[in-house]
Design a protein around this ligand. Structure first.
Ligand code: PLP
Length: 371
């Protein structure tokens, strides 16, 4: 099976698998236990925290291990709802992942505002700069890279605007971590990540919290993670996550294969278009509007039969009838959004794999037409 759905989840990196197996056997204790078996697990966890902090360029003490980015985002808005002034708003981009958008809506049903994006899928900086001059929010959230379009957001400029206006900034960096250098991430107040998006195991992630700040924990119970997240730490999961990330940051890919594929796709499938083609995008993802209207699930099923796994967009939104909120926010019609297919490669995807994907698309189209 040719796998082009790494933005949904990426297979375990061999280094992560090895780290997970080693940790499961070597660190059998509970990091909170006072005996040496527990202390060894605790020391391994601290070492992993230090390594992650070095990659993100932040203080290790500001990192909390979680079950993934969904928990991390929920923690941010849970904390905001308990600490911000009663009339404070939260602002988030109109293209955030549902774990951010739904948490914001849940905790701030009447006090959240969507920051518009351009047709090219970029947060509208002009709108933001103007709006902030009037009255700013108590928290502002913009993702680093969009999971559907792959567009790299101008988070450094947004962070600078937040600093000017004294607003805490939350960056969902799930689709950037391991794909782009982590420059500047450690400067954000809140940053979330999920291990399975870069070759770590599923069900483990992290949240970078404001420097030395206390947070209102989402999960209550024991005093793990300095009282910021209760529950016995997933030591093997964390060690595997950090091993995967260390492997990823050593070798970053370029956009060459993706752009070559895009050129060929537009030639081979007249009527297809690439979403956000003019914007800076990560090397691994292409969101295309296919030529035939209203049949993207047929494309996915057909390609699956031909041995290629792709998706119609965000895994969390698939199965829903409504058009993608991301494409809607970018100004695409429901009919256009219904033609969207996402191809997301992995770190080991070769030029040959991209060629096979193109050949499968051409064949799928031929078969669908003759049917
Ligand atoms: N944020 C983004 C941008 C994502 O792509 C995802 C997963 O699709 C998440 C958050 C949520 O990650 P998880 O499901 O691992 O909690």
């Amino acid at each position: 099976m040719l796998y082009f759905d790494h933005n949904a989840t990426s297979p375990l990196h061999p280094a992560a698998r090895q780290a997970w197996l080693d940790a499961t056997e070597r660190f059998i204790g509970n990091p909170s236990s006072l005996h040496r078996v527990g202390a060894r697990a605790d020391a391994a966890l601290s070492e992993a925290r230090e390594k992650l902090a070095r990659i993100l360029r932040c203080d290790a003490l500001d990192l909390v291990f979680t079950s993934g980015a969904t928990e991390s985002a929920n923690t941010v808005f849970h904390h905001a709802a308990r600490t911000l002034a009663p009339d404070a708003e939260v602002w988030l981009s109109a293209i955030e992942h549902p774990c951010v958008a739904e948490s914001a809506r849940h905790h701030f049903p009447k006090r959240h505002r969507l920051i518009p994006v351009t047709r090219d899928g970029l947060v509208d900086l002009n709108w933001l700069a103007k709006a902030l001059k009037r009255k700013g929010p108590g928290l502002l959230a913009v993702m680093a890279v969009n999971n559907e379009t792959g567009v790299i957001q101008p988070t450094r400029n947004i962070l600078a605007l937040c600093r000017t206006h004294g607003i805490p900034f939350f960056c969902d960096a799930v689709q950037a971590i391991g794909k782009l250098p982590a420059v500047g991430l450690g400067d954000c107040d809140w940053v979330s990540g999920s291990a399975h998006k870069f070759g770590g195991p599923r069900g483990v992630g992290f949240l970078k919290c404001p420097a030395k700040g206390r947070i209102a924990p989402l999960l209550r119970g024991g005093m793990q993670e300095e009282g910021r997240r209760a529950g016995t730490e997933n030591v093997p999961g964390v060690l595997a996550m950090v091993a995967a990330l260390e492997a990823r940051v050593q070798a970053m890919n370029t956009t060459a294969l993706r752009t070559g594929f895009e050129r060929q796709l537009l030639k081979s499938l007249p009527g297809a278009t690439i979403v956000a083609v003019k914007s800076p995008r990560v090397w691994n993802a292409v969101l295309a509007l296919m030529p035939e209207a209203d049949c993207r699930t047929r494309w996915v099923v057909k390609l699956d039969k031909l041995g290629v796994a792709v998706s119609t967009g965000s895994a969390c939104a698939s199965g829903k009838e409504e058009p993608s909120p991301v494409l809607t926010a970018m100004g695409y019609s429901a009919a256009e959004a219904a033609r969207a297919l996402r191809f997301s490669a992995g770190w080991e995807t070769t030029a040959g794999d991209w060629e096979k994907l193109l050949a499968a698309l051409v064949q799928a189209r031929r078969e669908m037409r003759s049917a």
